[in-house]
Structures are given as C-alpha cells and as structure tokens.
Design a protein around this ligand. Sequence first.
Ligand SMILES: Nc1nc2c(ncn2[C@@H]2O[C@H](COP(=O)(O)OP(=O)(O)OP(=O)(O)O)[C@@H](O)[C@H]2O)c(=O)[nH]1
Length: 500
Amino acid sequence: MFESFMAGAHRLSRVNYAPRAVAFAISFVIIALLAQERGWGAWYLAFPALYLLLYPHLLVVAGGFLSATARFETRAILADSLILGFLAAFVNFYLWLSFGFMVAIALNASVVGGSRQLLLALLLYTTGAIAGGILNDWQVQIDGPFYLDIMTMALLLGYVLGVGFLAYNQNARLVSTTRGVEERNRVFQVLVEISSSADLVGEVQDFIHDALQRIHDLYPKYGLGMVVRDVKRPGVLRFVEFVDISVEEQDALVKYLSTTRTPDSRELTWINPDNGAIFQMVFDNSRVRGNEGIIVVRARAISSLLREAARLALEMLGVHVENKMLALDLKHAAERDPLTGVFNRGRLDAELASAIRSRKQHGAMEFAVLMIDVIGLKGVNDKYGHVAGDSLIRETAVVLQEVCRATDVFGRYGGDEFVIICRGSSLTDAQGLRERIKRDVSGRKIRLATGAQETATAYLELSIGLASSSEVEPEEVLAAADEDMYRDKKEWYATHERYR
Ligand SMILES: Nc1nc2c(ncn2[C@@H]2O[C@H](COP(=O)(O)OP(=O)(O)OP(=O)(O)O)[C@@H](O)[C@H]2O)c(=O)[nH]1
C-alpha cells in the first residue's frame, strides 16, 4: 500500500527515504533519552516526534502524490538542514547530535547537489541553529551521558556508511547501464556494417562469411555458425559457415541441423553427445523464399543482447539472401539463351568487349574467337518441323559445351550460330580447339525430337571460322571469324556437292 504511494516519487526521493526514516527515528530515540536525562517534560518531544517520526513518510508520499522531480528532494534536503539546525539548538547544542546532524546534511547535500548545495545546506543549518538558539534563550549544554555519546557516534557512523553504500550501488548500476548501452551501440554498429557490406559482397556465401566474422569480432570468445536451410526439407542446407568451431564439431552440427525441425520457441540448446559441448541456436522466423536462417553460438548461455543481435542479423540475412538470389536469377535470366541455357549474345558481346580491353591494355592478353554455324538447320526445319530444329540447336549447344575448356566462354550468338571466345589463348591453341571440334563433333549422329514422343536422326555438320587478336586488330576479330566461317562453309559445300 505504502509502496504504491511511494511509486510515483522520484527515484532520488525513494533512495533517500529509508536512510532518512531510519536515521530520523534513531535521532528521536536519542533526543527522548536525552530529555529523560535532563528532565525535560514529555510535551518537549512533540515537535521532534512530529518531524523525526512522521515527516519522512509524509515527504515521500507527497513526492509520489505530486509526481515530483529530483528538485523536490534537493529542496527537502535543504529544508532538513534548516530544521535539523533548529533541532540542534532545541537539544541545547548537545555536541555529538549537533555534529552528527551537520555531518549528515553536509554529506547528503554534497552527494546530491555538489558544492553549491553543500554551501546552501550549511548556511541553512547555521540559520536554523541561530533561530533555534534565539528562541531557546541560547541554552547550551554540549556534553551528554557517555552511552548517548556512543549511540550518537554509532548512528553517525552507520549513516555515513549507509550513504556510502547507496552511492556505491548507484554508481555500480550506472556503470553496468553504461556498459549495456555501449555494447548495444557496438552491436548496432556491426549490424549497420553488415547491412552495408551486403551491397559490396557479391556472393551470398561471402556475405554470410563476412557477417559472421563481424559478429565474431564483437564476441570473440564464442565459436559461431550460420546456416541457411530449406524450411520444408531441413536436410537441404543451402549455406553453411562457421568461425572458431572445429571441423569435427562443424560436422556434428551439420548432421544435427539436417535432421532437426524448427522449434516453436525459435530457440534451442543442443549438447553435442560426443564431447558435451553446449550450443545455443537461434532460428529466424521470417522464412524468406522457403529458407530459414540459424545462428549457432557455442556457449552455455547467451545474453539477451546477443540473442537479439542474432535475431536482427538473421532478419537482415534473410532479406539480403533473398535479394541476392533474386539478383542472381535476374542475372542468369538476362545473360542466358532460353532455348539452350548457354550464354546469349548480350553476354558474349560483354565478354568480347572485355577481351578487347584487356588486349589493348596489356598487349600480351591475346584472345581468339571461333564462330560456329550449324549447316542445314533450315533443311531440318523444313523436313521435320521447328521442334526438331530447336532440338538440333539444343543438342549442338550440349556437344559444343562439352568440348570447350573451363576458361572458354561459349554461347549462342543467334539463330544457328555459336561463338567460343578463348581468352589468353594463342592462335595455335584455338586452332587445336577447332580441330577437336571438327574431329569429335562434326558428323556426329544426333537424335532429334520432332513432336509428341517421335524422333528423327540427323548428322551434325558445322562450319567453323577462327580469328585471333595476334593476326587482326582486337575489334575486328569477330568479323574476321565470321568471314572465315563463310569461307569454311563454302569449302564444306564444295566438298559436299550433293547438299547444294
Ligand atoms: N528451329 C529453329 N530454327 C531457327 C532458330 N533460329 C533460326 N532458325 C532457322 O535457322 C535457319 C538459319 O538460316 P541458315 O543459316 O541460312 O540456314 P542453314 O540451313 O543452316 O544454311 P547454312 O547455314 O547456309 O547451311 C533459318 O531458317 C532460321 O529460320 C531457332 O531458334 N529454332
């Protein structure tokens, strides 16, 4: 009940309440004992009783009632100074009590308001003492019975220790709050860094690696892991990244996560049965495109802040993985030929431009281009229909792709024409590739789909043109390869007269 009255009071008033109430109550006992010693009448205790026993409680309730600020309490301390000065005169300046009052108000005022408040408090204490002295005809009796001296000293000591203890606690709380705020700021900063790094880092895997590394820099004592998996099929782990976790433990974690469903609470503690290591896992709940993010922390327990950071990082990860996958899909769609799945003309042009640039900047970077045309596509179209023609184009792409080296850039230039760009290759290398195609691919028997489950066969015939930057200007390589291809085609028709 009283607690609820007090709840509205300022924190400073609430902190001061208990020490004030206790110290005042003991002061009253001392005054009562002194009154008995000196034979003062009971009526003499009415004012001290009201002030020392009742006032502290009324004060804090009033503070609560008025929803008072800290100022209310600093004013109350000044009022205490005046009244305690008055009380000092009232007890005929009994030395230990007067001294104790003064020390207490000086201590209180300086802790709460610094030197200005201290000066004011001492001034008011003196004023109260003078006013009380005048009213009390300057009756002075500074000594008291020994046991009261000791009691007052003990009270004073207890009060000083109490205030010191409170100040220490307040300070400790302040330090821990400051630490919390600092940590929060660091976490926030890292999350911002992760977010902005997403635009710089190209691949999702690199992004996850980078994000995890940054979180690890923040919490270096924990081993960390980040996993993106298919929500419906937990066994399908799309991305897995670990920092500061041994290979054996990585294997155990991957195995465990492949078979574990998402817990309802989105949190899990897992103990590796092999070595007893404890892992905390936080699951992301925004299932972007059917994926789920998991952050793994090797720790007995994690702070709520780290948990919160993990959640935010996962949310961000979800958004960025989504964006990156979308961008990859778009990039894939933009540079691929829909019929064959190999690079389209746009990508081939870009690769060619890049090869031309390199050749111009670094003279040694030679490149060669092979232009390949399917002979007789029109005939296939006419004889078996366009489905069969498409099938021939697709099969040609497959067999040519097989013959290319990893460094070659292969694509469909348009219609029945394919291009291979050989970067960093000499003319002899490219000639070798052309020979390989002529030998291994040309003349191959191809099965063509002609419609509903029907097939036909055709022999793949190719005319191949070749040009290299070692022979012509880089910009002219493609046109030269095209020209060479027509020469080759003519030659083919010359030797295969019946196809005319
Ligand atoms: N089925 C199909 N046909 C295509 C496609 N693109 C182009 N063509 C056809 O392929 C033929 C290409 O023309 P040409 O190169 O003159 O025909 P060709 O029969 O290969 O003649 P040569 O190359 O001179 O031997 C044209 O008839 C186009 O209509 C395609 O995507 N699918």
